[in-house]
Design a binder for this molecule. Sequence first.
Ligand code: ADP
Ligand code: MG
Length: 920
Amino acid sequence: MTIHPPLPPPPDAQPPAEASSRVTPMMEQYLEIKAANPGLLLFYRMGDFYELFFEDAEIASRALGIVLTKRGKHQGVDIPMCGVPVERSEDYLHRLIAQGHRVAVCEQTEDPAAARARGARSVVRRDVVRLVTPGTLTEDTLLDAKANNYLLAIARARGSSGADRLGLAWIDISTSEFIVTECSTPELAATLSRINPNEVIVTDALLGDGDLGPILRESLAVTPLTRDVFDSSTAERRLCDYFAVATMDGLSAMSRLEATAAAAAVTYIDRTQVGKRPPLSPPSREAAGTTMAIDPATRANLELTRTLAGERRGSLLDAIDCTVTPAGSRLLAQRLSAPLTDSGAIARRLDAVAAFVADAGLRDEIRQTLRAAPDMSRALARLSVGRGGPRDLAGLRDGILAADRALARLASLQQPAHEILAAVEMLRRPSREICREFEHALAEQLPLIKRDGGFVREGYEPALDEARSLRDASRLVVASMQARYADDTGIKALKIRHNNVLGYFVEVTAQHGEKLMAPPLNATFIHRQTLAGQVRFTTSELGEIEARIANAGDRALGLELEIFERLCSLAVAAQDDLRAAAQAFAILDVGSALAKLAVDDNYVRPEVDGSVAFAVEGGRHPVVEQALKREGAPFIANACDLSPVPPPYPPPQAGQSGMGPGQIWLITGPNMAGKSTFLRQNALIALLAQTGSFVPASRARIGVVDRLFSRVGAADDLARGRSTFMVEMVETAVILNQASERSLVILDEIGRGTATFDGLSIAWAAIEHLHEANRCRALFATHYHELTALSSKLPRLFNATVRVKEWQGDVVFLHEVLPGSADRSYGIQVARLAGLPAPVIARAKSVLAKLEAQDRGQTARALADDLPLFAVPSRAAAEPAPPSEAEKLFQAVKALHPDEMSPREALEALYALKAKLAKG
Ligand code: ADP
Ligand code: MG
């Protein structure tokens, strides 16, 4: 809890209005500014504080745990008020933003003295200088160094047949990144979860929309804006205005819809920064289908960038992130969130990692160099909106120096990888002139803020040196005056001190005060103040010196600030080149970090191609492996092969589509055996491969995965108020409707959230559908042993099990995945390991024995033999053939007895079947 210190009198304090309806001029000003900024908390500057009034004060005092007080009355009612000291305001802003609030910062824009000069009742002029919203931050203290901070705008074009298109534009003003794309309404949730924006802007209509509203309200901060911000007819003009160009054609190719979203985003940025325009890269367009589609549920299940509990620690990103710079960390997060689908582009990333794997010296030296390269893009963003400090300038200097060191090291490479070569080009771009200028100009020790000066190196600017030595010499004169006055007056304890109210003054204890106030000393010493223990005086000589010091100090500070502005504009003018170098650092950081990971954790380069292969040897789970390693336990590697079955194919059976792409592995085994781990590790291996990373395996060949799906049965989703089984089914429906031959599907214990036979039936039908209709590569873990019977019917379905050993009545988990199926679930043994009381275990065993006597497995095998597969709809024609036709065909096939037929009869029967098909 923060206690609000007592307030100093505000510079333009008004006598509190009586209990009348009279509105004070200050309150009038406040209300006017407040009305112009609806939906924002108003930080109203009064002296050293930002004050909040009325409802704002109530909200902020609750959110920040600060004391709510009162200040005067408005229309006869007390005005609630709270305040935060300006010096610590960033901390408070951070907390308000994190809780989803938006703040308008209102400053005094003139000296209080100027207001007083206009008349006693004049109010100091104030203006909102900035809106602080979650998606438009630049301050280091408000940003997460390792994550991008995106503002995202969504524009909609209504399609004629109900197929709306959405234009998306997202911007990180702290790094200048600006990207646009289009998607359809069903793709929005996946796209949003990939980009993970900090703030989304839309029209009111979109937020109220039946389809889009619920998706939007799931992201923390949605800011609805008026329609004009999303007006497509003015979009191009607003973009041109922002980029100060006559036409956008030269900058970027965008669809009209993308341009509308882009214009909305820059308009909002313009508004929040109040006239200061953070420079942005020209919008780059992301083509559809260039990244692996991963829906929000899959992202969450696989814990890619955050764990299910919402933490970075324990996520895949956390496990693989060995980068040494914040920008590298951000780039890695971007890449991991959007794995590529173009095998050529993936290979280029892998080439860079391979180069750093092959050359340990290069890897270590580059990483060492990068550690000294600061976050240049964020420093630049701050400098360009006037929020930068001397250390940001020094950061750019150090960045260029680091670029030179990196270039020197990379120059020795014989045949650098494409990505490294591109980085070299980018590192060459910044002018070395700037660096030299900054080296000359900046002092060794730099203050955080420019306000008090002290950052320009001695010898850089003669006029500054002169002003400074005048100031410092005068300070010495003051010191010698103290000695002289002590001599002249005979008061040894006489001191010359300084404070902000009196300036320099002579101070003596009360007992000596009389002496200075009496002749002859009172001719020199002029009384200023009497305190409890001391008396203070000034002298005309001290006044003169003081003016000299102040003048010299002011002049020195003025010169320093001028120099700062000059250096700052040098940096801003060179920002494109500096940003390119920053991007090059990030690329080198990611490449060398993934190489370090590969070497430390024994990863291999995957082969990624356009096939639908999936062959992993010695695969491991990247996160579980690290966790076990910390405990000194080994991870058991396992192979997985979901590649198309090579010919010769087994003979097709009735009603099925024969051989096609991927295999499905059905994995059975007791609880705790390692089924879920095995499923996830294979999904993560594919994902890492397409991110352009080496993978935790001894060999891996992966045909590019277009979409990755992962579902876990009965996941708790109480927060969204849906039954867990409903969630499970909704998510399964998405997979069965969307997975293509190129997709990879992971289903973990689907059907668990309902009664046994329900669940078994659903799992059964889902596997058939995956096999016949989706034909994707899939892994299916289940506790329904009955499902293993399906493999006799489905030629691409393979049974695998995780081995356990029974030893003296206990289970021992071996974590080895082998062909075959588990004959039992060992649930009772696991229950015993978990410490269930012995009588309960004994009773469970006897119940199980009775149930097993009835043999549920037998029923299932009969089911697999007897039940025809449903007629599988082709993906193009969604309607199944009329059941009667299929039935006829089925009966005809059933009537055939191949063993009793001659080859000729068999051929004729085949023709007859074909003819039946043609008729049907
Ligand atoms: P299941 O899904 O079969 O119940 P899990 O995949 O959740 O089992 O695994 C249970 C635990 O077993 C994991 O938390 C992990 O500690 C351990 N484990 C799983 N697979 C392996 C493996 N291949 N090597 C070593 N330990 C493993
Ligand atoms: Mg499991």
